[in-house]
Write a protein that binds this ligand. Structure first.
Ligand code: ATP
Ligand code: MG
Length: 583
């Protein structure tokens, strides 16, 4: 491709409303343009990268025996009513009506459509297992579309759905998809982690997310290499810290704490370590007006864990000021467990405390020397807190070495695999005949990859002050040729054109920058776009029989003969392509 024939829409200015590097760089490199909130045009430069991602995903899904199909973006409401999700899905589902006032939605996901399709096309266990995938545009009316295509409303997803005769077969395909995802992200050259995950509203039991590691990631993931544990912090199990509960040694004492309403203020005022305090949080109960969740003062509530307790209303609802004063006779900062007349659920670490400090259910008063079982009932114990960096891994047993501790990193969710069980086959009556001729519901798996999000995530992980640093398999072009004085020197033009032809004919994707621009401008654009290999051709080097070569991530350029350069680029390119065949 020559830049004279290519929409090179690079921007010098940093777009003001782009908060993270990938969003800024995708705009500046001329990859995407915003049409409306969370809705984007993909320009030629961006689409080339998106197609590379699709290609790797397609090759690996095909290799794993999945079959490509294409389902419609617009789906009839009836299917969603059958699964119960027409009511359940909430504001993210974009609903619409046709000219006959019939209800439709723009698909945010395709469990209903595929299950209905498979229930009419697959009859016998002999056709199972079957795994169908598509690469297709989804729409989710996200509450906060942001970070460009990272959290868009319209985006491209690869979604796959597998159907089975039994759980053992589902587990096999699930494991194969786990491996396939690892191959995909490895081939794309991304630093990633597979983590245990919550199943959320899609339903089902077992689930893993694949995260690209990057500081700007919206998710926190906890991992411990020694015990091969990695989980989304939403799910990661938190052990009790601080050891067994000591015996009570202090008397229950009332202390005046005028105006002290936060844990930090109380610790300051009473000169206490925060590990001596608890906090009591009131939320709506499933069957009672209030439930108290108790954590050690320095620990944070994991709301998803709390929602899993049957006594807690889902979704989690904090009590408002009025409801708090109905349940206890004080403000939020003075609640405590002594004399509290609501069900109490305490975190594992909070329950191990003795002689602790808490509010006295009366403004401006606290208790010190509080002990479970003596001053209040023994609470129900439940894992309620968010794990923290340095916590002992839940798989470590009695090992408390440094290697047994969790590390917390930020991640961008680029893939998600689930075992759905028979949730959708049940709702849409997707059965097949087993070997005895008996109709049986097919257990299902589903497997998503955010194609467009991967493009942004790769940039988030690979950039520097000058622009993008594409992993080789995702780069829009492999080589850029930057001439010095292409329009003035017949020799430069001739060498550039010949090299361009030669490399292109060898299957290398080359961008020849034949604009009549200063080299500095062309260098800056090439670095911004992130093309891995740059060749500079000018009369000065040519007079010495040389051209200049620079790898995007290297500090310095090298002088090579044309022959050496071609050999280098060909071997480089063939090793990348070979990787595709053997990965
Ligand atoms: P998130 O928690 O980020 O909203 P999700 O759990 O809703 O993701 P899934 O329903 O599992 O996502 O969708 C499969 C994949 O689609 C995700 O792993 C992600 O890569 C991608 N994806 C989901 N929502 C978006 C979005 N709004 N914009 C871009 N990609 C998305
Ligand atoms: Mg979502």
């Amino acid at each position: 491709m020559r830049t004279s024939n290519f929409l090179l829409a690079t921007l010098k200015e940093t777009p003001a409303d782009a908060e993270i590097a990938s969003h800024r760089l995708m705009l500046r490199a001329g990859m995407v343009r915003k049409v409306a909130a969370g809705i984007y045009n993909w320009l030629p430069m961006g689409l080339r990268v998106m197609r590379k991602v699709e290609q790797v995903v397609r090759e690996e899904m095909n290799r794993a025996g999945a079959q490509e199909i294409l389902m419609p973006a617009v789906q009839p409401a009836e299917l969603w009513q059958q699964s119960g999700r027409w009511e359940m899905y909430g504001g993210e589902l974009l609903r619409m009506q046709d000219r006959h006032q019939r209800d439709f939605c723009f698909g945010p996901t395709h469990e209903e459509v595929i299950t209905s399709l498979v229930s009419s096309e697959i009859r016998s266990y002999k056709q199972l297992p079957a795994n169908f995938y598509q690469i297709q545009t989804k729409f989710r009316d996200e509450r906060r579309p942001r970070f460009g295509v990272m959290r868009a409303r319209e985006f491209v997803m690869k979604d796959a759905y597998s159907f089975h005769l039994d759980q053992a077969s589902l587990q096999q395909t699930y494991d194969l998809m786990h491996q396939t995802y690892s191959r995909i992200f490895s081939r794309l050259g991304l630093g990633f982690r597979a983590v245990e995950a919550d199943t959320g509203s899609i339903g089902g039991s077992t689930s893993h997310e694949f995260h690209v590691l990057a500081d700007s990631g919206e998710d926190a993931i906890a991992s411990c290499d020694k015990y091969h544990y990695a989980a989304n912090v939403e799910l990661a199990e938190a052990l009790a810290v601080g050891g067994e509960r000591p015996a009570a040694s202090e008397q229950l004492t009332t202390v005046a704490t005028p105006g002290q309403r936060t844990i930090a203020a109380i610790c300051d005022f009473l000169d206490l370590p925060v590990e001596k305090t608890i906090k009591t949080l009131l939320v709506q109960g499933a069957e009672t007006p209030a439930v108290a969740l108790v954590l050690r003062g320095d620990h944070e509530l994991n709301e998803l864990k709390a929602e899993k307790h049957p006594a807690v209303a889902t979704p989690l609802q904090w009590l408002g000021e009025d409801e708090v004063s109905n349940a206890v006779n004080c403000g939020v900062g003075s609640i405590g467990v002594v004399g509290l007349d609501v069900p109490v659920i305490a975190d594992r670490s909070a329950v191990n405390l003795a002689d602790f400090v808490c509010g006295a259910n009366q403004d401006d008063v606290h208790f010190t020397g509080v002990n479970w079982g003596r001053d209040c009932a023994e609470p129900e114990v439940f894992d309620l807190r968010k794990v923290q960096d340095g916590d002992i891994c839940a798989r470590a047993g009695s090992d408390t070495s440094d290697e047994a501790r969790l590390t917390i990193r930020r991640g961008i969710e680029v893939g998600h695999i689930f075992q759905l069980g028979t949730k959708y086959s049940d709702a849409l009556n997707a059965t097949c005949l087993d070997s005895n001729g008996k109709a049986t519901l097919m257990p299902m798996g589903c497997y998503g990859i955010g194609i467009t999000r991967i493009v942004a995530a790769a940039i988030e992980q690979n950039n520097d002050s000058r622009g993008i640093l594409w992993p080789e398999n995702m780069a829009p072009f492999e080589v850029v040729i930057t001439p010095v004085a292409y329009h003035k020197s017949a020799q430069v033009k001739q060498v550039c054109d010949a090299l361009y032809e030669q490399l292109s004919n060898s299957g290398i994707e080359v961008l020849l920058d034949d604009r009549n621009e200063r080299p500095g401008i062309m260098f800056a654009d090439a670095d911004l776009i992130g093309i891995p290999h740059r060749v500079v051709i000018g009369e000065k080097s040519l007079s010495k029989g040389q051209v200049e070569y620079k790898f995007r991530q290297a500090d310095d350029a090298e002088q090579l003969t044309e022959k050496e350069l071609v050999e280098k680029l060909l071997s480089q390119s063939s090793s990348v392509h070979q990787q595709a065949c053997t990965a």
